[in-house]
Design a protein around this ligand. Structure first.
Ligand SMILES: Cc1cc2nc3c(=O)[nH]c(=O)nc-3n(C[C@H](O)[C@H](O)[C@H](O)COP(=O)(O)OP(=O)(O)OC[C@H]3O[C@@H](n4cnc5c(N)ncnc54)[C@H](O)[C@@H]3O)c2cc1C
Length: 470
């Protein structure tokens, strides 16, 4: 099949207005979220339902056209944009945004892959339920992208990541067949776990078209506190205390280094910790409670009191209103923006066992200071999940551009260190094109062989998001 014949056949399936080929129409689909890379494509295809996805994937298989699935295009590792070859099509799932069903007894919601995360949260909320996945891109990212990257976010500590929130999938396979695995079962031991193969595969094994997701009761109250501490070790002690007192009620435990908070204060002067003195580390704690706000506040105050008495904390404030709670979260959410405003920097998204996190920070900070004296450690993230956004900014006296030249050396120090502690070089964001080559340094030959065998079995012609992950 020639390219014009292929495109003509796509138009017959989707309607010509959903086969974009003009450069200005395709442009928004070709550049990644951070604007670092612009790929090239033969067309952007916009199917409206699963049968249309199956039909165009079958056409791609017949014509040997590679395809790149795309949701909200908010991914951070260049997974959702095509490479420079120009022979691939982008398959945008965004028109597939229907809520198919809500089952309030089974506590599940069945949604199409192009549904925006925030809309799914709202649909759950209207039904007096909680869909707990929450991340800063929730107004743009889609459930299909969340699943394909096994997204985490701010509530993993209590509810797990996307893999833990999904009970069933509908997937179009690389040869254009539909696998209906939309089971709302919490128990199903009937052979290999296909669902979990597609989750986190970044679109390299098949196209996710719909999913059955778990819902939870809405908490009656959410209360937040901010604590100032001396060391990451103290933050771990505070975590143990909060878990002992609040158990599953602890839904957020975020670490922020002094440098992260200082950057927010510099670029967003209206945002303050409210503390008189600066501290070396800060922790944001959130408790969700099924009883009442008074009960949640009492629990959080008990944790703070115990930590003060044990000299684990230097200072703390428990939010007394929703507005104050939002202001505290806002500090955390503005770190990325403040760091971007400050200039170019080197980002990492690592995880290590929670027990090793303080030692990891101590050793890695020391290695970086030795190599790049004065570099600024903008370390923050989901301490309760062992996941840190371990970002490094240039020393005040060094130009960003000169610092960025050392990106590879910095990555090597940070990633080698994470792996030495039994960690991962990508906790949340996946591999995409960005970390595809680097991962070979850290995975064993056996692991790479197993991954390659799975890819060959499910996508023998290497058409599903080629050049990503593997
Ligand atoms: C401001 C911001 C904050 C973020 N915060 C977090 C965070 O806290 N935690 C976290 O885990 N991530 C975070 N991310 C990254 C995160 O991966 C994405 O926001 C989101 O999960 C991706 O969804 P998307 O619809 O935009 O997917 P896209 O970016 O479109 O795609 C991501 C990957 O999934 C594949 N894909 C997309 N849809 C499908 C489908 N239907 N079937 C198969 N493959 C598909 C793509 O090919 C690509 O490989 C953040 C990103 C931004 C910009």
């Amino acid at each position: 099949m020639t390219r014009p014949e292929f495109l003509h056949a796509c138009c017959e399936v989707l309607g010509a207005m959903h086969v974009l080929t003009a450069p200005e129409d395709m442009a928004p689909y070709l550049t990644d979220w951070r604007g670092r890379f612009t790929g090239s494509a033969a067309a952007v295809l916009r199917p409206a339902d699963t049968l249309q996805v199956a039909a165009v994937v079958a056409l791609c298989a017949e014509a040997k056209v590679p395809l790149v699935p795309q949701g909200g295009n908010t991914g951070l590792v260049l997974g959702s944009v095509p490479d420079l070859a120009g022979n691939a099509v982008v398959l945008s799932l965004k028109r597939m945004n229907r809520i198919r069903a809500i089952d309030l007894v089974n506590n599940t919601i069945t949604v199409e892959a192009g549904s925006i995360l925030e809309e799914v949260q709202n649909a759950a909320s209207k039904a007096d339920r909680l869909f707990p996945l929450s991340l800063a891109a929730e107004g743009s990212c889609t459930i299909g992208g969340n699943l394909a990257t096994n997204a985490g976010g701010t509530a993993v500590l209590r509810y797990g990541s996307m893999r833990d929130l999904c009970l069933g999938l509908e997937v179009v396979t690389a040869d254009g067949k539909v696998w209906d695995g939309l089971r709302g079962l919490r128990k199903d031991n009937t052979g290999y776990d296909l669902r979990n193969l597609f989750i986190g595969a970044e679109g390299t094994l098949g196209i996710i078209t719909a999913a059955v997701l778990k819902l939870f009761p809405q908490p009656k109250a959410q209360v937040t506190a901010l604590a100032g501490l001396n060391t990451p070790q103290d933050a771990l002690r505070l975590l143990a205390m909060a878990q002992a007192t609040c158990a599953a009620g602890l839904t957020g435990f975020e670490l922020m280094s002094a440098c992260s908070v200082a950057l927010v204060a510099r670029h967003f002067p209206q945002m303050r910790t409210g503390f008189q003195d600066a501290h070396a580390q800060y922790v944001l704690l959130e408790i969700s409670d099924s009883e009442s706000e008074a009960h949640a506040t009492a629990m959080l105050e008990a944790v703070v009191e115990e930590a003060m008495e044990g000299a684990v904390l230097c200072d703390a404030v428990v939010a007394s209103s929703i507005a104050q709670s939002r202001a505290l979260w806002s500090l955390r959410e503005h770190i990325t923006l403040a760091q971007a405003a400050e200039g170019k920097h080197v980002k990492h998204d690592v995880s290590v066992p929670i027990s090793s996190i303080a030692e990891f920070i101590g050793q890695t900070d020391a290695l970086l200071q030795q190599a790049f004296p004065g570099c600024r450690m903008v370390t923050f993230g989901h301490l309760g999940d062992g996941n840190l956004h371990y970002n490094v900014s240039a020393p005040e006296a060094m130009a960003d551009e000169a610092f960025i030249q050392h990106q590879e050396a910095i990555n090597l120090i940070v990633h080698d260190s994470a792996v030495r502690f039994g960690g991962s070089i990508s906790a949340e964001h996946g591999l995409g094109m960005l970390k595809r080559d680097e991962i070979r340094r850290y995975k064993s030959d056996v692991e790479m062989e197993l991954m390659t065998a799975i890819k060959k079995a499910l996508d023998p012609h290497q058409l599903m998001n080629p050049g990503k992950v593997l």
